[in-house]
Design a protein around this ligand. Structure first.
Ligand code: AMP
Length: 299
């Protein structure tokens, strides 16, 4: 595996592979890698010939200087891990390589960026994400790029971005990897103490309660109340707990279609997010089970 810090060098390396007809997969990360990232890398290794993992703690997407400075960093371990997995390139540029002096351009995806994380962290958060991902797409020109459903709104923003700007890349949304007790893996989990780690499991339990209530036929209000009481039992006050349409990320009623229950909350000093698909059970009297052709009927 080769660690590359300059855009020009990475472009030159990848041009050789492209000329040889090899497909390129990109897994963008902010490092402090865990099994969630590893699942994305495995997927990329299965589907593409040359995998680039980018490691860049993007200052533009942090609204809080303390959050940026305390974000976990462990580049030596990350480099060893991706090398063992069979990744060809680790792209780990310094900040000035991505945002050189005079840098002036921002990519904004309206609408889908504005609620939930955009409302809590400020619209600048997804401006930062959309800008750096656009730059990575331009630098790497991947055939496929891999993102985690754990950051569901980020996936929706990037899918919109790729469609709107006609970027020729296939965006793969990969399933959320969880610890056995349900906690979604996150680089930020490292900063939870043992007590916080135990309390943090309430987020996935709350989402599971919303999903169960929906499957039992509850409406949105009742399903969210079930989720909120799970958080209250752990002494957690959510920044948001919502049911949204996964394409628009706007609050939505529950019906027979798939929705997403989404949550964000602080557990001590650590801000966590999670989500789970939910669907309301709605018996439809007009949609009876069809009798197979040729089967005996009562009539
Ligand atoms: P990050 O380093 O947190 O920016 O994450 C890099 C990529 O890994 C993003 O596409 C995330 O959605 C994805 N990711 C983070 N946590 C998980 C997880 N628990 N399961 C699957 N993907 C994840």
């Amino acid at each position: 595996m080769i660690t590359v810090r300059e855009i020009a060098r990475l472009r030159a390396e990848l041009a050789n592979h492209r000329r040889a007809g090899r497909s390129i997969g990109l897994v963008p990360t902010m490092g402090a890698l865990h099994d969630g990232h590893v699942s994305l890398i495995h997927r990329a290794l299965e589907q593409t010939d040359v995998v680039v993992v980018s490691l860049f703690v993007n200052p533009a997407q942090f609204n809080d200087a303390d959050d940026l400075s305390s974000y976990p960093r462990d580049q030596t371990r990350d480099a060893e891990l991706v090398a063992r997995l069979g990744v060809a390139y680790l792209f780990a540029p310094p900040v000035a390589e991505i945002y050189p002096p005079g840098y002036s351009t921002t990519v904004r995806v309206h609408g889908v960026s504005e609620g939930l994380e955009g409302a809590q962290r400020g619209i600048g958060h997804f401006d930062g994400v959309a800008t750096v991902v656009t730059k990575l797409f331009n630098i790497v020109a991947p055939d496929r790029a891999y993102f985690g459903r754990k950051d569901a709104q980020q996936v929706a923003v990037i899918q919109r971005l790729v469609r709107d700007l006609d970027i020729p890349v296939a965006v793969e949304a990969c399933p959320t990897v969880r610890d056995p007790d349900g906690l979604a893996l996150s680089s930020r989990n490292r900063r939870l103490g043992p007590a916080g780690r135990a309390r943090a499991t309430a987020l996935s339990r709350a989402l599971a309660s919303v999903a169960r209530a929906a499957a039992d036929g509850c409406d949105r209000t009742a399903a969210l109340a079930a989720g909120r009481s799970e958080l209250e039992r752990a002494g957690i006050e959510a920044e948001y707990l919502e049911v949204v349409d996964p394409a628009t990320m706007l609050p939505s009623e529950l019906d027979g279609d798939e929705r997403l229950a989404v949550v964000a909350a602080h557990v001590g000093p650590v801000r966590l997010i999670d989500n789970l698909p939910v669907r309301r059970f709605s018996p439809d009297p007009h949609n009876q089970v069809a009798t197979p052709i040729g089967a005996p009927t009562d009539r």
